[in-house]
Write a protein that binds this ligand. Structure first.
Ligand code: EPU
Length: 429
């Protein structure tokens, strides 16, 4: 109940999670559909008429997108985790702060509305405060396709008489820019190429969906996309791929506290770099076709990690794995290369007993650490995941506040962990 309230009202509810650590976790955790896929598939749905999306995760980011679509007069209906979207009667309206600020992915309405209506008026996106997170590559891409971009305060207007295919080279393989430019190019006249494109599995999931509705996009899973403009999309049915970051988070929980804890419904091939690091640390895990079985080991080796774009070590698993590095026998380092401010978890880990120092883009983690339960605060989504992992391992009770960030990305977190033996519950402040 409280979780539903939080998902619906987000930051208006300031509840907290309590955890009593050192419990053995065993059984099965089923992974939900990927947040970062779902949040691009849902805005992309407005390029077609009637769309079905399966395995939509129950997270507040999805709810925020639903609110934007309802405001734009789009019909949505959930049947379990299946989402029906009918945008036949959609109206193009200004998306102001109250809608856009709730999540990062609100900016996918830039590409989607530009493609469909040739005009979009939208305010700045929200999302985790983990770096500058500018979107100049997106805007430059729209301009290359023939759109005019103007801004007044927080409000951006992007419009075009017509969009024409162009050759676009991204300065960095940005996930958001790749998605947004691809959406804008679906109906552009002629051929668009995106070079140095991001090749994350979530982008492949979006391409699969758009092509199934009639788009012509080549280059899935590569760094060069070729989009041949079409006049119209129709229908479209897609299943959201498993959330590789949610999977990684629970695999870490198993490596720290598991006894035959199986993380199910995953795509192991999306987690290769992550598994390489766990192997190097000497973690106990067995990869099966669509699951991973994890067990706690007494001794782990320290490692050096550097985040990178896919298929490198995912920045979204950087904060969660920091908690595992605390358990290693020796000094590990972790270099964050994607965001400038993604170490906010370390302050609270240190308060729980860790020895982590920050030097520019790198942290040094001295293990092994005995963590103690404390009152800690979630600063962003993956920092929250790192603190949950710490709380599960810590001696005594941990209280985690500001959990709205966690609910943006982890579907049924409390239930999933309770089902495998964790002592974790939601409490009103
Ligand atoms: N960048 C620019 N200019 C741009 C676009 C990006 O300078 O126009 C920079 C960013 O500031 C950042 C880097 O490029 O330093 C990477 O940004 P990217 O655009 O790839 O990230 P994003 O699209 O904003 C998505 C995910 C993030 C994930 C990153 C990297 C969504 C909604 N978000 O963000 O997910 O970390 O790709 O994989 O898909 C999370 O789930 O916790 C999360 C933050």
């Amino acid at each position: 109940m409280v979780v539903d309230k939080l998902i619906r009202f987000g930051s208006d509810f300031m509840d907290q999670i309590k955890v009593i650590g050192e419990q053995t976790l065993s059984g099965k955790i089923y992974i939900s559909g990927s947040k970062n896929s779902a949040v691009s598939l849902i805005p992309a749905a407005i390029l077609s008429d009637k769309v079905i999306i399966d395995k939509v995760p129950k997270i507040s980011d999805v709810n925020s997108l639903k609110e934007i679509l309802e405001y734009l007069n789009v019909d949505l209906k959930f049947e379990g985790s299946r989402l029906y979207i009918d945008s036949t009667h959609m109206i193009n309206k200004d998306i102001t702060n109250e809608y856009s600020k709730k999540l990062r992915a609100s900016y996918y309405f830039m590409g989607a509305l530009l493609a469909r209506f040739k005009k979009v008026v939208i305010s700045l996106p929200g999302g985790c405060s983990i770096g500058k997170r500018s979107f100049d590559f997106h805007l430059n891409g729209f301009e290359k396709l023939g759109a005019k971009v103007t801004s007044e305060g927080d409000l951006y207007t992007i419009e075009a008489d017509s969009l024409k295919g162009a050759d676009i080279h991204l300065p960095f393989p940005s996930v958001g820019a790749t998605v947004n430019i691809m959406l804008a190019a679906v109906f552009a006249e002629g051929v668009t190429t995106i070079e140095n494109a991001a090749s994350e599995p979530e982008i492949g999931n979006l391409i699969e969906f758009l092509n199934c509705a009639g788009a012509k996009i080549e280059g899935k899973d590569t760094t060069k996309l070729t989009i041949t403009g079409v006049n119209k999309l129709s229908g479209g049915h897609v299943e959201v791929i498993p959330d590789r970051i949610e999977a990684g988070t629970y695999i870490l929980a198993g490596v720290m506290n598991g006894k035959n804890l199986e993380i199910c419904d995953i795509r192991p091939d999306h987690l290769t770099s992550f598994f390489d690091k766990l192997r190097e640390m000497g973690a106990n895990f067995e990869i099966k076709e669509t699951s991973v079985v994890t067990n706690k080991v007494e001794h782990l080796k320290p490692v050096n990690i550097e985040t990178a774009v896919y298929p490198g070590f995912a920045t979204d698993l950087q904060q969660p794995i920091t908690t595992l590095l605390l358990m290693a026998d020796g000094v590990s380092t972790l270099k964050e290369t994607i965001y400038e401010n993604r170490f906010q978890n370390t302050k609270y880990l240190n308060e729980m007993g860790a020895d982590i120092t920050i030097d520019g883009d790198t942290i040094t983690v001295k293990g092994p650490t005995k963590l103690n339960g404390r009152l800690v605060k979630t600063s962003d989504l993956r920092a929250g995941a790192a603190l949950i992992l710490a709380a599960l391992s810590a001696h005594g009770e941990t209280t985690i506040t500001d959990i709205k960030h966690l609910l943006r990305g982890y579907s049924n977190l409390i239930q999933k962990l309770t089902d495998v033996g964790a002592k974790i519950w939601l409490e009103d402040e």
